[in-house]
Design a protein around this ligand. Structure first.
Ligand code: HEC
Ligand code: HEC
Ligand code: HEC
Length: 405
């Protein structure tokens, strides 16, 4: 076996436990007997899922951007082994904070163990069926994925239905929660408007797949917890003067600097909720000129401790102040939510890539050449705040700097 398995199991501390050879999927290269499965997106010589799906190449293809932003992924290790950009990207395993690799969304945990690594793993039985149904049969009915072959169970387990959420369909990892929802799953750039056929039975999502229960009647108000909407929130308190800087010029020294000043309403501390004795969580959300989500920075630290002290405190003049010198939550090091009379309220947020937590590599790329950007600070149980920056000073793909409105 040319298995490329996690080298040192013990060095890996994932939130999820390591998942095994999940997407061992296709052998289109049957004439190369040693290649029996796709363990990598790209094995370094162009073999892997990349043979047919090139959209992740270089970390800036459409699949890369859209996977990151549409599904609200903030942890690069959902796919990468050791932070954003590390290669190879394995289909079945990834580093701390993730663990399951691509299989976290494209597979299911059937309680199996990888024969090569001995790790528990998830498997993409459904995705294999999708490929077979699309004529990619080299490794399907007649090839390597046979019950009992290469450590596969015999018989194969009964497939989970479309309605069973894969491991990463969980707010801990992404904004995906419902495998039956085309609204959540569909990537706008592909031809159809449905999401994944998770169980590979030829029918995707509600109402096509009979496993899928009718969705609950949609409600306009977002559910508690925190994530940025796919489009800017409405009804937010506007900022009369502010700025946005996303600076990724020096790798490892990326910075984020946001000001939403001159808030156009009288703002009491209550408008910010209560992150000190209450539960208020925040997210900084950045949208491009077409109102598409380009970046998000969740700050879910109500009552949490930073460097031995409460991260949040209510300072003099009724300002909520957040300080985390290690910038462990989405790279945010400082936040100040200042209340005040109309025109006096202000929000300032600063981020830096101290502990490799600041989402990087994506926001600036998506904001390249944008002429207008919307910056919002949304909260789990209080008001939201919004700023349009239209005076763009730099948008070259590594720095985005603008002020507004
Ligand atoms: C030989 C070409 C080929 C290879 C290699 C390949 N795929 Fe595909 N894949 C296809 C085709 C064809 C389709 C169906 C048409 C489409 O949706 O684009 C497809 C569809 C998909 C879909 C959409 C499934 C759905 O329910 O809509 C996903 C996800 C996917 N492939 C992932 C992968 C992953 C992960 C790998 C590597 C382990 C991989 N593919 C390798 C050809 C390939
Ligand atoms: C959904 C899975 C996924 C997520 C999440 C993800 N990536 Fe990637 N990334 C990939 C794949 C696949 C590649 C292509 C790897 C290859 O070519 O071997 C890649 C490649 C890259 C590359 C190019 C590496 C190179 O040398 O060619 C960069 C940079 C990158 N990613 C950064 C990031 C950052 C930063 C994050 C988190 C903010 C992130 N990625 C999150 C899947 C992902
Ligand atoms: C956070 C969950 C998540 C992760 C992790 C993830 N995917 Fe996806 N992926 C999706 C969803 C949801 C879709 C469905 C898009 C649609 O049907 O419009 C998708 C679609 C795709 C497609 C099909 C795009 C098309 O043309 O419709 C490919 C190929 C793909 N993913 C490959 C990968 C690879 C390779 C990895 C690992 C590097 C990966 N995905 C990791 C959720 C994920």
């Amino acid at each position: 076996m040319i298995a490329l398995e996690p080298r040192t199991a013990t060095s890996v501390k994932s939130i999820a436990r390591p998942a095994g050879a999940a997407l061992a999927l296709l052998t289109v290269m049957l004439w190369t007997p040693s290649v029996h499965a796709y363990k990598w997106y790209d094995n370094g010589s162009g073999t892997g899922c990349v043979s047919c799906h090139t959209g992740f190449v270089g970390g800036n293809g459409p699949l890369h951007l859209q996977h990151r932003t549409r599904f609200g992924v903030v942890t690069c290790n959902l796919c990468h082994q050791n932070g954003g950009g590390t290669k190879p990207v394995l289909t079945y395993w990834s580093g701390p904070g993730g663990g399951y690799g691509c299989a976290g969304c494209h597979g299911q945990d059937y309680g199996e163990t990888s024969p090569t690594s001995g790790f528990p793993k998830a498997t993409s039985y459904g995705l294999r069926l999708v490929h077979v149904a699309n004529g990619v049969t080299a490794c399907g009915p007649s090839g390597c994925h046979q019950p009992g072959a290469l450590g596969a169970p015999d018989p194969f387990p009964t497939l989970y239905g479309e309605n069973v959420p894969p491991p990463y369909y969980n707010p801990m990892f992404s904004q995906l929660t419902d495998p039956c929802s085309s609204q959540q799953e569909d990537l706008p750039f592909d031809a159809d408007s449905v999401g994944l056929d998770n169980d590979g039975n030829g029918a995707a999502d509600y109402p096509a797949d009979s496993n899928c229960p009718p969705p609950p009647t949609p409600t306009a108000t977002p559910t508690p917890g925190i994530s940025c909407g796919m489009a800017p929130a409405q009804g937010c308190i506007a900022s009369g003067k502010g700025s946005l800087l996303v600076d990724e010029k020096k790798p490892g020294k990326e910075r984020l600097d946001v000001t939403l000043g001159k808030l156009q309403a009288a703002v009491t501390p209550g408008e910010f909720g209560d992150p000190v004795t209450g539960t208020t969580a925040y997210a900084l959300c950045i949208y491009d000129a077409l109102d598409q989500l380009a970046g998000q920075y969740p700050l879910v630290r109500a009552g949490a401790t930073c460097n031995g002290k409460p991260c949040w405190k209510l300072a003099a003049k009724k300002h909520y102040v957040y300080t985390d010198k290690y910038a462990t939550a989405a790279g945010i090091a400082q936040a100040k939510l200042s209340s005040g009379a109309t025109g006096k309220g202000k929000i300032k947020i600063k981020g830096k890539n101290t502990s490799n937590q600041l989402p990087t590599g994506v926001t600036t790329a998506l904001l390249q050449n944008q002429s207008q950007v919307t910056v919002q600070v949304v909260s789990s149980n209080a008001a939201c705040f919004s700023l349009d920056v239209t005076k763009v000073k730099k948008a070259d793909g590594s720095i985005f700097k603008a002020a507004g409105p």
